[in-house]
Write a protein that binds this ligand. Structure first.
Ligand code: GLN
Length: 220
């Protein structure tokens, strides 16, 4: 009998049933230092992934792809540095591990930020990003957004103190969605990022596409 891998914190999760991943499911990590980790784990499981929390280098070594959740990018960046995860993570991203950043995750994947005070970044996306581009917490909003390549109409998304891309710095960056001329979903190679949260709306299409990409990359 093979034991199910240990998922840190899982017993605190709601008892709502989530499908068990088939044995050949891709292992998709969610960086679990701060932010909306549980929502991503659930969305990934609904999409057929074996979703696990990543808190250290051993966890990171065991995943085929990684989600960087929303939260507070300054806090996540500091914790990445403190826990010795920043360099290993940069290496994995450079080596082509499929990575999906939402909101704070998008900020962390950006090459540069539109602010004078700097903060630790992972990089991987050649974009200049502006934090809190839509205002404060009270200015957060839900919307439906057309995302290139996603079938089934506009995606239900939630912008929560969200960033946006101010400038694309390389023609390797594909813009998959924008609002008022500002990119809010971008892709560069195997790095995907959205300014919004899709994991809180139950509209899993972007997660599903990501999981499919992880599966395809793993299959070589
Ligand atoms: N405003 C946050 C930041 O700058 C991001 C918000 C979010 O992830 N929902 O990191």
């Amino acid at each position: 009998m093979t034991a199910r891998p240990w998922i840190p914190g899982e017993r605190y999760a709601s008892r709502a049933p989530e499908p068990h991943a088939p044995p050949d499911a891709p292992v998709v990590g969610v960086l679990a230092l701060q932010g909306d980790v549980l929502e991503h784990l659930r969305a990934l499981r609904r999409c057929g992934a074996h979703a696990v929390q990543v808190r250290n280098v051993d966890h990171l070594a065991g995943v085929d792809g990684l989600v960087l959740p929303g939260g507070e990018s300054t806090t996540i960046g500091k914790l990445l540095t403190r826990f010795g995860l920043m360099e290993p993570l940069r290496e994995r991203v450079r080596a082509g591990m499929p990575t999906f950043g939402t909101c704070a995750g998008m900020i962390l994947l950006s090459a540069q930020l539109d602010q004078t005070e700097q903060q630790p970044l992972i990089g991987g996306l050649d974009v200049l990003t502006r934090r809190n581009a839509y205002g404060r917490q009270v200015d957060s909003f839900d919307t439906r957004l057309r995302v290139a390549g996603l079938e089934g109409g506009p995606l239900d998304v939630s912008f929560i103190r969200a960033p946006r891309v101010e400038r694309v710095l390389s023609d390797e960056v594909e813009v998959l969605a924008e609002i008022d001329g500002h990119p809010v979903v971008v892709r560069q190679g195997d790095v995907l990022a959205s300014a919004f949260h899709a994991e809180v709306t139950g509209d899993d299409r972007l997660h599903r596409e990501f999981v499919d990409r992880v599966r395809a990359t793993r299959a070589g």
